[in-house]
Write a protein of this length. Sequence first.
Length: 318
Amino acid sequence: MKLLTISVPAYNEETMIVPLYERIVEVMNEVKETYTFELLFINDGSKDGTLDQMKALHKKDNRVVFVDLSRNYGKEVAMAAGFDYAKGDALVTMDADLQHPPEVILEMLKLWELGYEDVYAKRNRREGETWLKKATSKMYYRILQKVARIPVLPDAGDFRLLDRRCIEALKQMRETNRYTKGLYSWIGFKKIEVTFDAAPRYDGQSKWNYQSLINLALEGITSYTTFPLRLSTYSGFIVSAAAFIYMIYLFIKTLLFGADTSGFPSLMIIILFLGGVQLISIGIIGEYLGRIFQEVKKRPLYFVESYNEDKETVNEKG
């Protein structure tokens, strides 16, 4: 029988682990004659009882395994740890908050058996989200679609089934500044979508506030495309062309009407505008230089405090 790994990164999700496990077990039981399962929890440095819940489930059910990271590295790195430790012929990655219905996995498996290697779940609608969050998300993906050479699929998050070929490809992507949604598109392979309605969180509060979402959006744009650098180049050409035209205008005006000592306000406006453009361009370049600085260190992506019950610090998972 084929082995399916279900990878769940979790940070401070103490109240979610058991309800999620129970829902996943129901899905496992429906196809237990065809598949064996590995439920892989990634504890991303939780400060509550999340790890204790994982350990209790591991003792109760040998299909449950866990990786305890040495600190909170963030969801992107936690998902990378899931790719590294998954043993299955395919992997399903999903969130711990039950906004991703485990029942969709059954439909994913059918499409995987038809030969699709990346079965991604696309949201029909989002329960419990404000209109501002929905509008900004839509606008962000629209911008990213236009500026990226390899488009990112809109409304398709991290809830997906990946064939072993996709997993091995993603394991080779060891960049520190990760935007996994972009990596899914970059590696290619045969893709197909399934749709689902995202439910509200089962319990607790989302870890994604507006500041986190803005940081993720900036990470996606700067990690997945060089368009901001090109935009600063275009801005430089446009400003230089406008300045040259204005220079010609002043030269002709001086020849025809003589020198004019007025114009201090317009001069200050031009100086401040050019200074702002320069600072923005330097800031964009600085963002990319910062990412280069992080990458050239070649540090491991993460360290592991424990894998199941065996204490081991893993240095090579970088």
